[in-house]
Ligand binder design. Structure first.
Ligand SMILES: NC(=O)c1ccc[n+]([C@@H]2O[C@H](COP(=O)([O-])OP(=O)(O)OC[C@H]3O[C@@H](n4cnc5c(N)ncnc54)[C@H](O)[C@@H]3O)[C@@H](O)[C@H]2O)c1
Length: 321
């Protein structure tokens, strides 16, 4: 089975590509390498892997990508509220316009299924446990670009079968590491600065590890007939955490870490999410949790595997071009 993974060199896309290869999929990864040009090299010697460098905003380029492809997993985007604030025009162009022509081309090419990576940020602030039917409340351009693409996929994609995954905030190691995500960021702050700054410490969000996420996405592809044309919150029960709980997990490992509560910050997202629907449809094991991942990130930092974590490549607000 051949997968076209857009954003295949990204934080999620590179872990997903690796796991897909391990599970016997053929992978065609596409990326314009906004952050790190080295990522695809790790798989070049695998005959089931193909990397194509290019911009998904270029319709003529994307039209050439579908030959032999069974499923598209569309991860490429301007990702995160801060990056979308810095690059608003690009956010609309990549996250919405390019997604629309990819959906249309997938339809023309009679692809078996289109998996769209959306976000639980779409819930914004929710008082009750958010299910897939909870009204959406996007608080940023990033989230509204995802909501608009979801709407197009649900209402205008015709014969194309799809799955929308509303992802929890991701954590854990990746060949394209990100240190602008809460768990990774707090672990680095504990390691490097011995201090974690938190705004709205009691606010909740759901979290998921890169590996568990990739495993779920590939399970959805493998069981596509059962899951198609559904929206799923992607995560596990028990993985809704308050920010202070994540800081405490870091402090448990690095007791000298000071936790500093800020009066102002900006990120007001506060929601807990139900994953009951996903786990009614598929049976998938959870391998990681926040505590375990804080340890793996700490170990990678201690072993010097990421010698300069402050470098721009690890932050989505500092692309190379
Ligand atoms: N990381 C999270 O916590 C999180 C949470 C919810 C949803 N998501 C979704 O998961 C997906 C992947 O996120 P990520 O954390 O891996 O982000 P990322 O920024 O690491 O990866 C995105 C990749 O897309 C590529 N890309 C961007 N624009 C492109 C273009 N025009 N042409 C070709 N490639 C392009 C980038 O070079 C990058 O490698 C996104 O769709 C995001 O909205 C992520």
């Amino acid at each position: 089975m051949k997968l076209l993974i857009t954003g295949g060199a990204g934080y999620v896309g590179s872990v997903l590509s690796n796991l897909a290869l391990q599970k016997g999929f053929q992978v065609k990864a596409v990326d314009w390498l906004w952050f790190n040009e080295q990522i695809p090299l790790q798989n070049y010697s695998n005959p089931n892997y193909e990397f194509i460098k290019g911009d998904i905003c270029d319709k003529n380029f994307t039209a050439t990508l579908f030959q032999g492809v069974d499923f598209v997993i569309h991860t490429a985007a301007v990702v995160g509220d801060p990056a979308s604030k810095l690059f608003p025009e690009l956010t609309t162009k990549i996250n919405y316009d390019a997604s629309l022509h990819l959906i249309e081309q997938a339809k023309q090419n009679q692809i078996k299924g289109f998996v769209f990576l959306s976000t639980c940020s779409n819930y914004g602030v929710a008082n009750d446990l958010a299910t897939e039917d909870t009204p959406l409340n996007p608080l940023s351009l990033y989230a509204s670009s995802k909501v608009d693409t979801e709407t197009y996929l649900m209402e205008k994609s015709g014969d194309l079968n799809w799955v929308i995954g509303r992802l929890s905030t991701v954590y854990g190691l990746s060949p394209r590491m990100r240190f602008d995500l809460t768990v990774n960021d707090f672990t680095l702050c504990g390691f490097k600065d011995k201090k974690i700054d938190i705004f709205l410490p009691e606010s909740y969000r759901p979290y998921i590890h890169t590996f568990d996420l990739s495993n779920i996405l590939l399970t959805l592809v493998n069981q596509f007939d059962k899951v198609k044309n559904n929206v799923f919150n992607i995560g596990f029960e028990g993985e809704n955490y308050q920010k202070i709980q994540i800081a405490n997990a870091v402090k448990a490992l690095m007791p000298e870490t000071a936790i500093n509560i800020l009066r102002e910050g900006g990120d007001k997202r506060d929601y807990q999410v139900s994953f009951a629907k996903l786990h009614r449809f598929i049976d998938v094991k959870q391998y990681f949790n926040v505590e375990k991942s804080v340890k793996e990130i700490h170990e990678a930092l201690s072993n010097g595997l990421i010698p300069h974590p402050e470098e721009k490549v690890y932050y989505n607000t500092s692309p190379r071009f």
